[in-house]
Every structure is written in C-alpha cells, then in structure tokens.
Design a protein around this ligand. Structure first.
Ligand SMILES: NC(=O)c1ccc[n+]([C@@H]2O[C@H](COP(=O)([O-])OP(=O)(O)OC[C@H]3O[C@@H](n4cnc5c(N)ncnc54)[C@H](O)[C@@H]3O)[C@@H](O)[C@H]2O)c1
Length: 260
C-alpha cells in the first residue's frame, strides 16, 4: 500500500518507543511515511541501544530520552521540541507500566504503591504531557493528541487487574482533556487495540491465551496487527479526523462488541 501523505507539514512527538515491536514505533514509522517531521522519546539509558538503530533511517528525527515520571524531563523535552519545531501538531502517548506482582493474583490485593505507580505512569502522564503540549499546539492553530488504551478499562480481563483501573482513569482523562482543549482546536482521543505481542504485553500472565481467544472469538476472527493501529493513528492525527474528539476507537477486529 502506498501511504498517503496525510501528515505533510505536520510535526509529531511520539512517546514510548522501547523496541521495534512497540506500538509507538509502528505509529512513528507510519507518521514518517505520511510526511510528518518526527520526535521520539524513550524512557531511559537502558533502552537507548534498542531505539537508536531504529531511527537511523529517518532523517531529521529528534531522539530524546524522557522519563515521564520526572517533571523536569518533560519540561526539557517540550522546550527542545519547541526550539526545533516551533510548535507541535501531534502528540502520541504510548506509555504504561505496572509493578509485576500486580498483574497476577487478585485485584483486591492491589498495594497502595502498585495502585499509585500504575496510575501515575499509565494515566497521569497523559495529562502532564498534554498540558506541556498545549502552548506548542496553540502556535499551530490546533493539534491532535492520541493515547493508547485497552478494553480492560471497561470489562474485566484476567490478570489485567490494576492496569484496567488505570486505563479507565486514562479514558476519563481523555474526555476531560478533550473538553478542556476543544476551544484551542486540540482534539484528544484514545486508540484501543486488541492484544499485541509487545514488551509491555508480555508482562501480563496468560498473554498467549488472550491472543488465541481473541483470534477465535472476534468478529474478524483474527488478532490485531501493528499496521492496523498505525493506520488508524495516521487517520486520527490527520485533518480527516478534524470532527472527532473525546472518542475511544477500538482496533480489535470488533472483539469489544461480542457478548458471547
Ligand atoms: N500490547 C498490547 O496488547 C496493547 C493493547 C492495548 C493497549 N496497549 C497500550 O499501548 C501502549 C504501548 O505499549 P506497547 O504494547 O507498545 O509496549 P511497549 O513496552 O513497547 O511500550 C510501553 C512503553 O512505556 C514506556 N514507559 C514505561 N514507563 C515509563 C516512564 N516512566 N517514562 C517514559 N516511558 C515509560 C516503556 O519504556 C515503553 O517504551 C501502552 O499504553 C499499552 O497499555 C497495548
């Protein structure tokens, strides 16, 4: 497929590339193909060797280390983007984390620390980065913010536990931010892919079973592919989606509509 140049003359910041399987990387790559100028962040030094070779083929790509739990790193990141790009059109939040122990056993045993960490990293960082992006997007006359969520926010998924509750918080944040930022022509939406075999997903107990179950029971009888998420992100980031905000788009072969 030839990728349409839907994002020509746009600048995009994609948060959360860990390796070549990351949803963030699939999206960043598609944005590049669609003509956007890119900046990408990775969490810490440990990931640098995985991420640096990925961006080598992308001319002009800004690569920034940013731990989103550190306010000073968010501030530095957006200052750098502003000085290089003079504004920002697109922000993608593709970041989540929960302590390993919280993704097994009973949800009712969630520790205060586990609850706080999951919500801080997986939900609050959307608000802190959206707030930092707003003045840069205002310079461009508007923008599109996208965050990755999952169906465990509204339905109980075995072992997803506190991450499901954090995703519910993320989705509520998407709606509140969409309402806050609408007057600046900034749209805020969520993408909800079906299970994909990434680093984060492998932390969930029984993940291979989830993949098999969805492939057998979704209306399209298949698992979600990274390309499908990237294509939807390209559309949502583009002016074609200018009327859509506060929405959660499922890219799950229709799995979320099935009752039995
Ligand atoms: N893989 C799936 O099945 C699936 C399904 C639906 C939604 N999602 C969501 O997609 C998003 C991306 O996950 P992924 O599956 O691509 O896995 P991934 O492991 O490739 O990406 C998660 C990213 O979060 C980053 N991160 C964690 N803590 C951070 C911090 N403090 N500061 C900065 N970055 C931090 C990690 O470094 C990593 O790059 C997550 O929000 C995830 O919940 C994943």
């Amino acid at each position: 497929m030839t990728v349409p140049k839907l994002l020509e003359n746009k600048t995009a910041l994609v948060l959360g590339v860990a390796n070549k399987r990351s949803i963030a990387w699939a999206i960043a790559n598609r944005f590049h193909e669609a003509g956007a100028r890119l900046a990408i962040t990775y969490q810490d030094e440990r990931l640098r060797d995985k991420v640096e070779p990925l961006v080598e083929g992308i001319s002009d790509c800004l690569l920034i280390q940013c731990d989103l739990t550190k306010p000073e790193e968010i501030e530095e990141t957006f200052a750098k983007i502003d000085s290089e790009f003079d504004g920002l059109d697109i922000l993608v939040h593709s970041v989540a984390f929960a302590l390993k122990d919280e993704l097994e056993g009973r949800f009712s045993d969630t520790s205060p620390e586990g609850f706080q960490v999951a919500h801080n990293v997986s939900s609050y960082t959307l608000t802190s980065t959206a707030r930092a992006a707003r003045p840069l997007m205002e310079k461009k006359g508007g923008g599109s913010i996208l965050a990755m969520t999952y169906y465990g926010s509204t339905r109980v998924i075995p072992h997803y536990n506190v991450m499901g509750v954090a995703k519910a918080s993320l989705e509520a944040s998407i709606r509140y931010l969409a309402s806050d930022f609408g007057e600046f022509n900034i749209r805020v939406n969520g993408l909800s892919p079906g299970p994909l075999n990434t680093l984060a997903a492998r932390g969930i107990t029984g993940f291979p079973k989830m993949l098999k179950y969805v492939a057998e029971h979704s209306p399209l009888r298949k698992n979600t592919e990274l390309d499908e998420v990237a294509d939807t992100a390209m559309f949502m980031a583009s002016d074609l989606a200018r009327g859509i905000t506060g929405e959660i788009i499922h890219i799950d072969g229709g799995y979320h509509i099935v009752g039995m």
